[in-house]
Design a protein around this ligand. Structure first.
Ligand code: SF4
Length: 484
């Protein structure tokens, strides 16, 4: 099974649980951490660390006298040419000090098993739209972790709410200047944000963003918009408050709420005891966007973009691809995305897909006349994909079948391809007539090893009796089909 990734997707952003795949984790708890330091996963052959005799499985406890809490500490304190490492080894008592002298341009060569050496920081919120409350059982266990850890935000671009920062965190942020951070704002109206986060004790987000700016820390922000709650005037105020803070607020992503189940459905279900949703969420009337509402959000974002592009030469605020698909409107040109600062948040992926195809089809077509792939997608992108796939088939000659699947696992409200599960694929297997199955690359976790319901690509291949590839662009599709 080949996993194709586009260069832009190389940035490791996403659920931290994906990076904790080696841990035994249960709902909200991660084990196998050591408070003594960080366990090494590997040591790069020939690196300064390897030459100093450091090995996988060793535990790094200190760097230049500083106790290590996580990889961020390691990066911060090990930046010098002369590095003293405190090392614990299974076969030796006590901590050994190993000194490494290296060229600072050269990587020291250590990879840790986990980015944090103590359990990941979880959120203290009760968002009525919390994705985790909507998850069915039997998903990847790491998906049940309510990550709200600013260190993962710094390392991998995970969005955090900043509601759980304590004094020590602020001291650390001031010292290490962890920038940029990715912040879920939702609304700059304090009361409304409290409702959206289900937390009456949320700190004032604008004060927090300003404080980060004073520390030299920039932020990428997102607004998860719930129709009837924080859209309209509330959204306008939020966008204005955030874009007024540019360049410290680098970008503002506007994303529609995703609902597999409403709070009412969750609270009425037998598993409600496990839910964190507050009973008051029942009255919020949470629902998904309608076409005309999505159009209004796009119009609002575009009015800000026009003003900001005139004043600053950049958009700063961006509507997610899902809004354009909901509104059945064309996505903007690539220039509007200013280098795609929130690509991994689903902002600009469709434009990237279309532009990739424009470039690819202008090039030499491979002869794929004897290839019969089945390409699978979710309902939301099916129409746009089908017309591009038709062009592609005429271009290269492949006998392609496109199958758009309903999400039977999360329910028909979920139409994005990335949340299709292994079980959705397997239950539709008798529809597939291709000799190669190509799935959306976004179905895979960040390690490329599992789908959202823990099914592996190898299990899919075995059950389907055919090779399975993953592709996110037409270039990747072409290469997947050509190499089979
Ligand atoms: S959506 Fe809200 S409740 Fe759920 S994990 Fe994120 S911050 Fe916590």
């Amino acid at each position: 099974v080949t996993t194709q990734t586009s260069p832009r997707r190389g940035r490791p952003i996403g659920a931290p649980g994906d990076l904790l795949a080696n841990n035994r984790s249960t709902r909200g708890r991660v084990s196998q951490h050591t408070r003594r330091g960080g366990v090494l996963d590997s040591v790069a052959p020939g690196s300064p660390a390897a030459r100093a005799g450091i090995k996988a499985g060793d535990i790094i406890t200190t760097v230049n006298g500083h106790r290590l809490r996580d990889v961020v500490d390691f990066q911060f304190y090990a930046a010098d040419a002369l590095v003293d490492l405190g090392v614990l080894r299974g076969d030796k008592p006590g901590v050994e000090t190993i000194t490494i002298l290296r060229d600072t341009a050269q990587d020291i060569g250590l990879a840790f098993q986990d980015p944090t050496f103590s359990p990941i920081r979880e959120c203290n919120n009760h968002c009525p739209f919390c994705f985790i409350d909507q998850l069915p059982a039997e998903m990847r266990t790491s998906l049940y972790i309510r990550d709200d850890d600013y260190r993962y935000s710094f390392l991998y671009g995970n969005f955090v709410t900043l509601t759980n920062l304590n004094k020590r965190d602020w001291v650390r942020l001031a010292e290490q200047k962890l920038s940029p951070l990715y912040v879920s704002v939702h609304s700059t109206d304090h009361e409304l944000r409290s409702i959206l986060l289900g937390n009456s004790k949320v700190p004032n987000i604008l004060d927090q963003l300003d404080r980060l700016a004073e520390l030299g820390i920039r932020t990428h922000t997102q607004i998860v918009v719930c129709p009837g709650l924080n859209d309209g005037e509330a959204l306008e105020k939020t966008i204005r408050d955030l874009t007024d803070r540019h360049p410290n607020v680098v970008s503002v992503g506007v994303v529609p709420v995703g609902l597999t189940r409403t709070p009412e459905e969750i609270l009425d279900s037998p598993a409600a005891a496990c839910s964190r949703i507050l009973p008051s969420a029942r009255n919020l009337n949470l629902r998904q966007f309608r076409t005309e509402e999505a159009t209004e959000v796009i119009a609002l974002v575009e009015s800000f973009q026009r003003r900001l592009r005139r004043a600053l030469g950049k958009s700063v605020v961006y509507a997610s691809d899902e809004f354009f698909l909901l509104a059945k409107t064309e996505v903007p040109d690539a220039a509007i995305y200013d280098g795609f600062p929130q690509y991994e948040n689903g902002i600009g992926m469709v434009r990237d897909f279309l532009d990739d195809w424009s470039t690819r089809r202008a090039g030499c077509a491979p002869d794929l006349r004897n290839r019969k792939p089945t390409v699978i997608t979710g309902k939301m992108f099916a129409q746009s994909l089908s017309s591009t796939i038709d062009e592609w088939a005429s271009w290269c000659g492949a006998d392609v079948q496109v199958v758009s699947l309903e999400n039977s696992f999360f329910g028909p409200r979920v139409t994005v391809a990335g949340l299709l599960t292994g079980r959705d694929i397997l239950s539709a297997a008798d529809q597939f007539r291709g000799d190669l199955i190509v799935l959306p690359a976004f179905m895979l976790d960040k390690t490329g090893q599992r789908l959202v319901d823990s099914v592996t690509p190898a299990e899919l291949e075995s059950e389907l009796g055919r090779p399975v590839s993953f592709a996110g662009t037409m270039t990747e599709l072409t290469s997947a089909v050509a190499t089979r």
